[in-house]
Design a protein around this ligand. Sequence first.
Ligand code: S3P
Length: 174
Amino acid sequence: MIDDGSRRHLVLVGLMGAGKTTVGAACATRLARPFVDTDDVVEANTGMSVRDVFIQQGESSFRQLERRAVEEACATPTPAVIACGGGAVLDGDNRRRLQRTGFVVWLQADPATLMARVKDGTERPLLEGRGTATLERLAVVRAAAYEAAADALVDTDGLTVSQVVDAVLEVYPR
Ligand code: S3P
C-alpha cells in the first residue's frame, strides 16, 4: 500500500450477505473512523429505499445513483471504512476509484452461507423470491470483478463477526 495517505479508506466488497455492513461498522468502531455504506448514501440522496429505487426507477438508475454514492464515499475527507453494495464493483469507474482511494477487501462466503445470512428480513430486490441459485450465479458472474477490485480476500465461512473483523484488520496495512 502507498503510505502517502492517498489510499486512505478501508473498503469492503463482496456479494449480498457477505457481512460488509456489519463487519464494516465494527471495523469503523475499532479504528475510530467514520463508516459509510453506499446503499445508505443512495437512500439519503434519494429519500427512497434501495428496493423502491429498483422498483420505481429500475436497476440502471440505481447503478447511476450508486456511482455517485461511491464517488461521495471516496471523497470522505478523513480515512473511512466504506461498505459497498454488492454490485458496485461491476462498474469499472467505481473499481478504479475505490482502488485509488482505499485498500479493498473482498469478503467471501459460500452461496449457502450468504443465503442464510440474507434471510434476516433485509430487503434485497435482486434476491426477492429467488434462492441460493441466484447467489451461486452472481458469484460466478461477478468473481472477476471482485478479484479485479480486491487487494485482499477474507473467507468468512464459519467465522463470527468479530473473527471476520480481526481477519480484515490483520490484512489491512496501517
Ligand atoms: C446489490 C446489493 C445490495 C444493494 C442492491 C444491489 C447487488 O447491497 O446495493 O440491492 O447488486 O449485489 P448489499 O450487498 O449491501 O446487500
